[in-house]
Design a binder for this molecule. Structure first.
Ligand SMILES: CC(C)(COP(=O)(O)OP(=O)(O)OC[C@H]1O[C@@H](n2cnc3c(N)ncnc32)[C@H](O)[C@@H]1O)[C@@H](O)C(=O)NCCC(=O)NCCS
Ligand SMILES: Nc1ncnc2c1ncn2[C@@H]1O[C@H](COP(=O)(O)OP(=O)(O)OP(=O)(O)O)[C@@H](O)[C@H]1O
Length: 198
């Protein structure tokens, strides 16, 4: 079984994904893959340099994530430009990792994909698990975690589908406004209901 783990920015996907890893489930992490495919020497990084200019490459040859974030979260056209370059490379690497886990005999593989709905990747997974929080909690947690101003945080939230929309496409929803223990309890119930063994 392939479980797609998604939700909006700062809703708690990584938190739930860590809980899954603790329970011995193999996890393919799109955010992590997105970092690997832009490492120095990767073709995607060169394409990004050509599209956005030398200013998005730091002295040590890595991508300036803060600057690229500023550019793409405030401009849908720039966001599409980056997505068009980077998403094919991310998808290819994620499918490779998934296939390796399956070949190694795992019964269930978790794919943590923040943009599962926005990129229409529902067909890649058997079950969709959405991690949801109220908008107030989401905004506060995002500002606190990243040290963003309210405006920076709102720009990022606005770049994705609202979490209420994502809930509509879910097979199960975890409400992550409460304590971590409450979130873990919901997760265990869902996994049991799906009979998803690692
Ligand atoms: C813009 C970048 C450089 C900002 O880096 P930063 O370190 O600040 O954030 P990080 O990578 O940890 O992402 C944090 C969250 O932002 C959201 N996010 C990231 N990219 C996008 C995007 N293109 N559109 C909408 N939301 C996005 C996701 O919820 C993600 O979990 C980086 O997010 C990036 O390379 N994005 C493009 C790749 C992508 O689409 N990643 C999302 C998973 S496929
Ligand atoms: N139940 C909770 N109680 C308190 N804080 C929480 C809870 N769940 C998550 N957090 C905190 O909220 C922030 C966002 O959570 P997390 O990083 O898991 O979200 P995410 O959905 O993976 O975000 P992103 O889309 O940016 O990758 C983190 O700082 C995390 O520690």
């Amino acid at each position: 079984m392939i479980i797609g783990l998604t939700g909006s920015i700062a809703s708690g996907k990584s938190t739930v994904s860590h809980m899954l890893a603790e329970r011995n489930y193999p996890v393919v992490d799109a955010d992590l893959v997105a970092r690997v495919v832009v490492e120095p020497g990767q073709p995607a990084l060169e394409e990004i340099r050509r599209a956005f200019g030398d200013r998005v490459i730091t002295q040590d040859g890595t991508m300036d994530r803060r600057l690229v974030g500023e550019l793409i979260f405030n401009d849908p056209a720039e966001r599409k430009r980056l997505n068009d370059i980077i998403h094919p490379a991310i998808r290819k690497e994620m499918l490779k990792q998934r296939d390796e886990f399956l070949a190694d005999g795992w019964n269930t593989v978790i794919m943590d994909i923040p943009l599962l709905f926005e990129s229409r990747l529902q067909h890649l997974v058997d079950k969709i698990l959405v991690v949801s929080v109220t908008e107030d909690t989401q905004l506060l947690r995002l500002m606190e975690r990243n040290g963003f101003t309210e405006q920076e945080a709102r720009a990022r939230i606005a770049s994705q589908l609202p979490v209420s929309e994502k809930e509509k496409g879910a097979d199960a929803v975890i409400y992550n406004n409460g304590t971590l223990a409450e979130t873990a309890r919901q997760l265990d119930q869902i996994l049991e209901g799906w009979r998803a063994i690692p």
